[in-house]
Design a protein around this ligand. Structure first.
Ligand SMILES: *Cc1c(COP(=O)(O)O)cnc(C)c1O
Length: 466
């Protein structure tokens, strides 16, 4: 496919502006460009075809199955986008006077009421722009809480080895020493390891439940009790609330502080670096330390981002919650869990789950035995899935499972899609035994087969180079 610059023809374009009917005024020389900007010149037809061609080269939720674990790539109703596109929301200026932002304030207040109800928290901020940013904000709340009580000896944050990488990174960025504790064989927190890590230097624990292997930790009340008993606070990584929303609440599990990724669970598509929202909720004892925005409270205070955060993401979340309602929210969660268990059991017998028990919204396959047997790796399987018209699952995460593939089908997939996906997996399992070389060379039909991903990430070429 040619780049748009390569399609450019000098002088080509579309003229929409009427002839100038006022006196032309020349800019002073110091404001003028020395040479014309290097912009592609192309007709509207060719421009439209160019972008349509690009669209055909990507795989989105609108094109097909996208079970990327730990990312909740669900189909989001179009009404959420429509509400966020209303001119009254898109056109509002953050410095507009109060009388002109009443509607926006009501959106933020209502979203806060509903999301604190869903999570069992007392207060919330929408300032953080992403999950990691929310974690950073939340752990700072914990830090301020200890500091305010002059409890300076608490220098450590406990993080299980199955945690999302942003958890230890956050704790370190907030100036804490990270204490890693190993998981028990069932993927959950090892209570003995936790007990020996706890002490009067414990500032807190960061945990996600269901955890990163998709399992609900049944000892959660004991875990949070132990941390509190040691004088620490409990942080809940609620990036993926899809399995539990409307069913159980982090607040009732004993957590003091949480973040939600509105861009995973609550109707903003995740990925592509688009705007997100890492809303942070907390119990009353942490509320005095929350960053406040003018729009939210009417007074200025500590900020982690300008104004009210990514406001339109909150509009989508509110629309999503209101359209699903009190019955729809837990129903979505239960269907997400049902779909994950259904797919896991349908695939089982070929690729085996890392933990053979009921999973939550996602599950992890352990391909290490399969790789020994066939030489085909989790990467080879992921690449082969591309040829079959589905997005690969998350690979090589969580780190505690070797040759991991992590699938999250979400509640918005039909039984037919899940049956088809299971069939594809089962066929690939067979193919790996019959023709492993074919899988080593996959994908055969994609535009790009096996790029050097490290190089692409470290030295991306994002600009046209003539
Ligand atoms: C996605 C995710 C995060 C990080 O969220 P970002 O918005 O990507 O910063 C943190 N924790 C868990 C468990 C996640 O799945």
């Amino acid at each position: 496919m040619k780049l748009i610059f390569e399609k450019s023809v000098k002088g080509r374009g579309m003229q929409y502006l009427p002839d100038c009917d006022v006196e032309e005024i020349s800019l002073p020389d110091c404001l003028k460009r020395e040479e014309a900007p290097k912009l592609p010149e192309i007709s509207e037809t060719d421009l439209s075809r160019h972008y349509t061609e690009l669209i055909k080269r990507v795989h989105g939720v609108n094109c097909g199955f996208y079970p990327l674990g730990s990312c909740t790539m669900k189909y989001n109703p179009r009404i959420d986008e429509e509400m966020a596109a209303l001119p009254g929301f898109t056109g509002v200026h953050p410095l507009a006077p109060d009388y002109a932002t009443e509607g926006c304030k009501e959106v933020l207040d209502t979203a806060k009421t509903l999301l604190t109800e869903i999570t069992g928290m007392d207060d919330m901020t929408f300032q953080p722009a992403a999950g990691a940013h929310g974690e950073f904000t939340g752990v700072l709340l914990i830090k301020q809480y200890h500091d305010a009580r002059n409890d300076k000896k608490r220098t450590k944050i406990i993080v299980p080895d199955s945690a999302h990488g942003t958890n230890p990174a956050t704790a370190a960025m907030c100036g804490y020493t990270v204490v890693n504790i190993p998981s028990a064989p069932n993927g959950c927190v090892d209570l003995d390891a936790l007990k020996s890590a706890l002490g009067d230097d414990t500032a807190g624990l960061m945990l996600t439940n269901p955890n990163t292997v998709g399992i609900f930790d049944e000892n959660i009340l004991e875990i949070t009790r132990l941390v509190h008993e040691a004088g620490g606070l409990c942080y809940y990584d609620g990036a993926n609330l899809n399995a539990v929303m409307g069913v159980v609440r982090p607040g009732d599990m004993g957590f003091d502080c949480i973040h939600l990724n509105l861009h995973k669970t609550f109707a903003t598509p995740h990925g592509g670096g688009g705007p997100g929202s890492g809303a942070v909720g907390c119990k009353a004892h942490l509320a005095p330390y929350l960053p406040k925005s003018k729009l939210m409270t009417g007074k200025d205070a500590f900020q982690v981002r300008s104004f009210a955060g990514n406001f339109l993401v909150v509009v989508k979340a509110l629309t999503y919650i209101l359209t699903l309602g009190k019955e729809g929210i837990p129903e979505a969660a239960k269907n997400a869990v049902l779909n994950a268990n259904y797919l896991m059991r349908k695939i089982q017998g070929t690729f085996e789950p890392a933990f053979d028990r009921i999973c939550m919204h996602e599950f992890v396959l352990d391909l290490s035995a399969f790789k020994k047997e066939t030489g085909v790796s989790a990467l080879d399987v992921a690449k082969s899935l591309i040829d079959n018209g589905m997005h690969p699952p998350t690979m090589y995460f969580p780190l505690i499972v070797h040759e991991a593939l992590m699938l999250e089908p979400t509640e918005t997939e039909s039984r037919e899609t899940l049956d088809w996906a299971a069939e594809v997996y089962r066929n690939l399992y067979k193919l790996a035994h019959e023709d492993p070389d074919y899988m080593h060379a996959s994908p055969h039909k994609a535009q790009i087969a096996r790029p050097d991903e490290v190089k692409a990430a470290r030295n991306p070429i994002l600009k046209y180079q003539a």
